[in-house]
Design a protein around this ligand. Structure first.
Ligand SMILES: Cc1cc2nc3c(=O)[nH]c(=O)nc-3n(C[C@H](O)[C@H](O)[C@H](O)COP(=O)(O)O)c2cc1C
Length: 324
């Protein structure tokens, strides 16, 4: 399948693995890229820019296909060493970055001078248009369904994707709630040029996370995610568990007075405990509603091959048949 995204990124299939904290290590990125998609290493999971450089080198040993790096610009006062991380991306010869969080404008000259394609992940049409204006090559449009940070507008992809198609000139990738061939074909129908998956890629053989995490996603239905930190305007969609329910109770009790320090215990430092030690109930960790569509743990190759062959059948048989 050839789309503006496969052409832009130099990949075989229009499938991207979104950056994921403590999931997006070299093993997963290489597996997705080897299967013909675009795998992405998550920069901030690496403690220092030097560690990121090593992770990029490790990924290169596992694949000779293109892969990307996610750089998430957090709304925090003490910012990580972004200059160092961006330099590690450049020095590592990586040609695609997925930016997220704050607008990447400040870094665009560095990316462009080094011929790096920039995909900015946005949760609204206005942010997507801004990304287009500052010179991003593509956007990932992340609907309300998504695992992680869906923003504060709450617009599901059934509306958000066609709205993006109506406004954008640069190509966009549908993100949030994507699991299978139906997701891909529907996204293409709504104007996207490919799809981005987060949660689905955690439940794969190569995702280097504890089996408890994969099992928790298999056990979850579409009813099992919650939105936390909404009062702080830092909404995150996470898998529910007793710790998350306690956090929500605290949010209800404190109402407008809630501050970040009140939720620290449930959200700070959770990822290593969940993803590496398998303590899935130790805090709040991102997970999409799409968990309801995930029922197996295939290899990335099996997953992507299945999506592409079923998409082919869906287009050539079901859809073609409807108009024949
Ligand atoms: C466990 C987990 C961690 C994530 N961490 C990040 C991150 O560090 N930076 C980022 O830009 N997006 C992050 N995301 C969002 C994903 O890149 C992607 O946009 C999202 O998962 C898409 O929705 P889906 O889960 O429904 O596929 C994370 C998602 C999950 C599930």
């Amino acid at each position: 399948m050839k789309t503006r995204i496969t052409e832009l990124l130099g990949i075989e299939h229009p499938i991207v693995q979104g950056g994921m904290h403590y999931v997006g290590f070299a093993e997963l990125a290489a597996a997705v890229s080897n299967a013909g998609g675009l795998g992405i290493i998550t920069a901030l999971t690496q403690k220092t820019p030097d560690d990121l450089a090593k992770e990029i080198a490790r990924c290169r040993e596992m694949t000779n296909k293109p892969f990307g790096v996610n750089v998430t610009f957090l709304p925090v006062i003490e910012a990580p060493d972004y200059q160092g991380y961006v330099q590690a991306v450049i020095d590592g010869g990586v040609k695609v970055v997925e930016t997220a969080g704050n607008n990447p404008q400040k870094w665009m000259p560095m990316f462009k001078e080094n011929d790096i394609k920039v995909i900015h992940k946005c949760t609204s049409v206005r942010h997507s248009l801004k990304a287009e204006t500052i010179g991003c090559d593509a956007v990932s449009v992340d609907g309300f369904e998504c695992g992680g940070h869906p923003g504060e507008d709450d617009i599901p992809n059934m509306i958000l994707l066609p709205r993006a198609a109506d406004e954008l000139k640069i190509p966009f990738i549908a993100s949030g709630g994507m699991a299978d061939a139906r997701s891909l074909v529907a996204s293409l129908a709504m104007g996207a040029e490919g799809m981005n998956m987060g949660t689905r890629f955690i439940a794969t053989k190569e995702a280097p996370v504890h089996d408890n995490v994969k099992q928790a996603i298999l056990n979850a239905s579409e009813l099992d995610t919650r939105l936390v930190m909404r009062p702080l305007r830092n909404t995150e969609r996470v898998l529910t568990n007793p710790t998350v329910e306690r956090l929500l109770e605290k949010e209800r009790e404190l109402g407008k007075d809630l501050q970040f320090k009140d939720v620290m215990a449930e959200v700070a430092g959770v990822y290593p405990k969940v993803m590496m030690d398998g303590e899935t109930e130790s805090g709040a960790w991102s997970c999409g509603m799409v968990a309801g569509l995930i029922n197996d743990v295939p290899t990335c190759q099996e997953l992507i091959d299945r999506i592409m062959s079923e998409a082919d059948a869906l287009i050539r048989e079901r859809l073609e048949g409807l108009v024949a």
